[in-house]
Design a protein around this ligand. Structure first.
Ligand SMILES: Cc1ncc(COP(=O)(O)O)c(C=O)c1O
Length: 404
């Protein structure tokens, strides 16, 4: 009999959002008359903007004629997109990143889950607690995390870096030396942002201790404050210790159409091994390139019109974020996030656990959020609401919470 990858069997329960979906479906079935407002999953709700739609239509038309038809895309991405990204996302911010260090993909989830393949099974990972679950789960699947303690919610071989009210949800440098450090700023789930000088300390630590930082900047477009870096490469020395992952999901609304990219600088080396070359090899073997149509849509995000239109999307969601943040604060809740991020992270009232508050909100207000404990033990006692709904629903959810 063949054997399966038993690491998969170690994964506890089902993925957070499947559990939520099941609970919400059961509630909806039992209460068909109730209008549920969903501010749980981090999915956008606004349509793609006209300049993006125009680029998609035009790329589709190109596919209809033999002269302009495109088959397999280059594994690493079309030059037109990689060059645009290098110029607009990096050079424009003073970051030294070249087009051939950018790997276009179908999104940040796949890249943040796959990137661990480059590292030895013995590498220790450090993650923030709470954390976007993909970083830990993908390392569980690879057998890198040891054993799971259901009582504490911790894996024996993972270094957890608590993100708490006391440290403003920005982790302190770990006491034990990790090999791989996952950082995500602006953060999902806490909505916290990191200052440039704080991030520089991480980059210095990684360079001094031989660590690699995997920097997830999926929410970069939501940064509104000056001293918050948009890229880890704004820090000196990041080229030799950091990989950055980006997405078109949250800025341009590509959650359903899929596009992202990962930056692996050529200076990132482990002895003679170039992580850039290894990732290129991996892409070449396991990935056949993001669709031409989507890469043209990605390129359109950087034209003047495209930029303006996606800025409008971000402003739309940030208005919701402010409304939810201010409204909850006004009701006496302790609230975080919402300034450089579409996530509002609130403290559950009256000592309720995160899941108790989830049930309470679902049953009494018919509002769906995400229990903080689903992102890690230090998320217990917190709850995440997203600004990705409509303005009307954000207001309606607030009114329902107010009347509880
Ligand atoms: C921190 C973080 N990284 C990555 C992703 C996934 O992004 P994408 O849609 O590009 O796969 C998400 C989605 O919610 C996220 O919150």
């Amino acid at each position: 009999m063949y054997k399966v990858n038993e690491n998969y069997l170690k994964l506890p329960g089902s993925y957070l959002f499947s559990t939520i979906a099941k609970k919400v479906a059961a509630f909806a079935e039992a209460n068909p008359d109730k209008k549920i407002i969903r501010l749980g999953i981090g999915d956008v709700t606004q349509p793609l903007t006209p300049p993006i739609i125009a680029a998609l239509h035009s790329a589709v038309d190109e596919m209809a004629s033999a002269e302009t038809f495109r088959g397999y895309a280059p594994d690493l991405g079309y030059a037109f997109l990689r060059e645009t990204i290098a110029r607009e996302d990096f050079a424009a911010r003073g970051c030294e990143i070249y087009a051939d260090e950018i790997f276009v993909s179908d999104g940040a989830k796949s890249d943040s889950g796959n990137i661990q393949e480059l590292f030895d099974g013995s590498c220790r990972i450090a993650v923030c607690d709470p954390v976007y679950p993909v970083y830990v789960d993908s390392n569980v699947m690879a057998g890198r995390t040891g054993t799971y303690d259901a009582a504490t919610g911790y894996w024996s071989d993972v270094i957890y870096m608590p993100c708490t009210e006391a440290n403003g949800f920005v982790a302190e440098l770990p006491k034990e030396r990790p090999d791989i450090i996952y950082l995500c700023f602006p953060n999902n789930p806490t909505g916290a942002a990191i200052r440039r000088d704080e991030l520089q300390r991480w980059v210095d630590y990684a360079n001094e201790n031989g660590c690699v930082i995997i920097y997830d900047a999926a929410y970069e477009a939501y940064i509104s404050e000056e001293n918050v870096p948009h890229s880890v490469y704004e820090c000196e020395g990041a080229r030799s210790c950091a990989i950055e992952i980006r997405s078109f999901s949250k800025n341009a609304g590509f959650t359903g159409v899929r596009l992202g990219y990962t930056v692996v600088p050529k200076d990132l080396k482990c002895g003679n091994a170039s992580l850039h070359d290894m990732w290129a090899r991996r892409h070449g073997t396991k990935y056949n390139g993001a669709p031409y149509i989507m890469q043209k849509a990605g390129e359109a995000c950087y034209t003047e019109e495209g930029r303006k239109s996606i800025r409008g999307l971000v402003e739309f969601y940030m208005k919701n974020a402010r409304t939810i943040y201010d409204g909850l604060k006004d009701m006496g809740y302790t609230v975080y996030g919402g300034v450089n991020s579409p996530y509002i992270w609130l403290k559950t009232p009256d000592g309720m656990t995160s899941w108790e508050f989830f049930d309470y909100l679902l049953e009494r207000a018919n509002v769906v959020g995400t229990p903080g404990s689903g992102f890690g033990p230090n998320g217990e006692g917190f709850f995440r609401l997203t600004a990705f709904g409509s303005y009307e629903n954000s207001l309606a959810a607030l009114e329902r919470i107010r009347s509880l």
